[in-house]
Design a protein around this ligand. Structure first.
Ligand code: FEO
Length: 134
């Protein structure tokens, strides 16, 4: 059973970004499945690496679009992206260094961050830019 189920309320209305957000949800659910099935310690390093790579790529695409549309909240949005990436990179490095990662805390962080960021910050920039361009 997935931890987080996609709902239309998460759609920001740009299919490229919605598809990428769905992929982020699926990575969270994959991590949760590995946790429930007991295989998390074998899979966590690869899952974190995949999450970092995909998030960084998604964030760069969004930031380019916001910059091209002169979105006034770009700097703060970039900061949110950076704070998230830093947290996950620190966890990943800590794991590589041989420390245990609290998977429940990680799942909670991912769930809270994805939901809040998509529902509030991502939705806000799409609406703001749509207002300007229409
Ligand atoms: Fe879709 Fe701002 O991340």
């Amino acid at each position: 059973m997935p931890l987080l189920i996609w709902d239309d309320c998460f759609n920001v209305g740009i299919s490229e970004y919605d598809n990428e957000h769905k992929h982020l949800f699926s990575m969270l659910n994959k991590t949760y499945d590995a946790f429930v099935s007991g295989s998390i310690h074998k899979e966590l390093e690869a899952l974190l690496r995949e999450l970092i790579d995909f998030s960084v790529s998604h964030f760069e695409i969004e930031e380019r679009w916001m910059a091209a549309n002169m979105y006034s909240g770009l700097l703060e949005h970039k900061r949110e992206h950076q704070r998230f990436t830093t947290k996950i990179c620190v966890l990943h490095k800590s794991m590589i260094d041989g420390n245990n990662v609290n998977v429940l805390e990680l799942l909670q962080l991912l769930e809270t961050w994805f939901v809040n960021h998509i529902l509030v910050s991502d939705t806000e920039y799409v609406f703001s830019i749509s207002d300007i361009t229409h």
